[in-house]
Design a protein around this ligand. Structure first.
Ligand code: GDP
Length: 140
């Protein structure tokens, strides 16, 4: 499997509790390299656009309110099979269903406040990276 890039967000429940470093340690110790990273305050428009695929879901409003409630850290992670590997490191959406040792098992508060976002496919990773980063911000 070739080297891939995936998009990640450290969500407000984690930045609020000063867990940015602890989350990043999970990526790095599992072989993913942080090749771009910035802490931002998402606007409502940005969050609604990013999660547009979920706009008919009952939790959409709650999700957008949460994502703009505090700063987030947007990131590009690189490594072998990075999209799938990151999903494994993150764990299941609902922390109660997440495997031991995963970010969501160790840090998430609930199915909504679940500490991290990670792309679900290589195609979406490219779209999501371009949504938050210019090419010259990816420095390897
Ligand atoms: P992910 O790919 O594992 O992040 O999961 P999804 O794409 O299914 O959902 C996107 C995000 O929406 C999740 O990470 C949660 O933050 C949020 N979410 C999903 N399901 C629920 C829910 O039932 N209630 C709430 N409040 N948020 C949810």
């Amino acid at each position: 499997m070739a080297t891939q890039q995936t998009f990640s967000i450290i969500k407000p429940d984690a930045t609020r509790r000063n867990l940015t470093g602890a989350v990043n340690q999970k990526f790095e110790e599992n072989g993913l390299r942080i090749v771009a990273q910035k802490r931002i305050q998402m606007t409502r428009e940005q969050a609604e656009g990013f999660y547009a695929v979920h706009k008919e879901r009952p939790f959409f409003g709650e999700l957008v309110d949460f994502m703009i409630s505090e700063p987030v850290v947007v990131q590009v992670l690189e490594g072998e099979n990075a999209v799938l590997k990151n999903r494994e490191i993150m764990g299941a959406t609902n922390p109660e269903e997440a495997d031991a040792g995963t970010i969501r098992k160790e840090f998430a508060l609930s199915i909504g406040e679940n500490s991290v976002h990670g792309s679900d496919s290589e195609e979406n990773a490219a779209i999501e990276i371009a949504y938050f980063f210019n090419k010259d911000e990816l420095v390897g």
